[in-house]
Design a protein around this ligand. Sequence first.
Ligand SMILES: CC(C)(COP(=O)(O)OP(=O)(O)OC[C@H]1O[C@@H](n2cnc3c(N)ncnc32)[C@H](O)[C@@H]1OP(=O)(O)O)[C@@H](O)C(=O)NCCC(=O)NCCSC(=O)CC(=O)O
Length: 271
Amino acid sequence: MTSVYSTLTYWLVNHPKISNFTWTEGETFGSTVFFVSLVLSVYLSATFLLRHAMVSLPSLGPRILKPITAVHSLILCLLSLIMAIGCTLSITSDPTPRFFHAICFPVDVKPKGPLFFWAQVFYLSKILEFGDTLLIILGKSFRRLSFLHVYHHATVLFMCFIWLRTRQSMFPLGVLTNSTVHVIMYGYYFLCAVGCRPRWKRLVTDFQLVQFVFGFGILAFMLSEHYFGSGCSGIWGIYFTAAFSASLMALFFNFRSKNYVKKTTEMIKLS
Ligand SMILES: CC(C)(COP(=O)(O)OP(=O)(O)OC[C@H]1O[C@@H](n2cnc3c(N)ncnc32)[C@H](O)[C@@H]1OP(=O)(O)O)[C@@H](O)C(=O)NCCC(=O)NCCSC(=O)CC(=O)O
């Protein structure tokens, strides 16, 4: 057990590429406003154009699409697991400063070390997640190409960029909770793609909602530390993330009520 822990800690925290990682605007891959704007413009226009083009084109068909979807979901499930473990170990392996830094970075924090490394991996993984949208469109599953889906995928990339650029406090908790939720979510998608649709879809949505509630709870503590304590880095990033999370939370409550609460009520009426 101890050797598993020390091996993981070496490869996911203390490896020189991770411990010496520095996020430098203009030098680190994807670290410019131009890059994030270009990627978002390509994503949104490709989504719009493909969505309309696919109406008159045949869908790829499940025999081709399902294996690709399964591999894509499995990759994201495993990557999310690695990010969740990497981030947890980065926080816990150096308990005194990093534990507190997971919630509040000092105002003069330098964007380097394992926590910034995992935030960078998390940021780039959001581009990989654009594959979800492509798979939905190629399968002509337009019901699932919702406002919630496109808004989430586009804005989350910008949010992760803001996390790095403003050295935003609390991002380690964001990486940790969202990666954990995504292990479950992509696990669910993987099982659907291989034909074993799980019965716990509702649980996935509930976990997604819990991450927002948890985030707002910690935010209250972080804000008190910022305004009444020694200050925390990236406060305007925090306000952006909080506003985005509040809007997503409302959309997810709406999704939950449409998909589960109404169906349960209808089933009770029928029986
Ligand atoms: C349970 C949910 C995770 C998913 O709800 P859905 O109604 O979209 O799910 P569903 O039951 O239709 O999904 C099963 C279908 O998805 C296909 N599928 C498999 N892998 C996929 C992938 N990587 N991306 C998109 N679709 C995929 C399966 O083959 C299957 O198709 P078939 O039906 O043909 O067999 C829900 O809580 C949710 O998030 N809904 C919002 C929609 C969304 O886009 N969510 C993901 C991004 S939001 C997010 O990620 C929030 C966060 O950060 O926590």
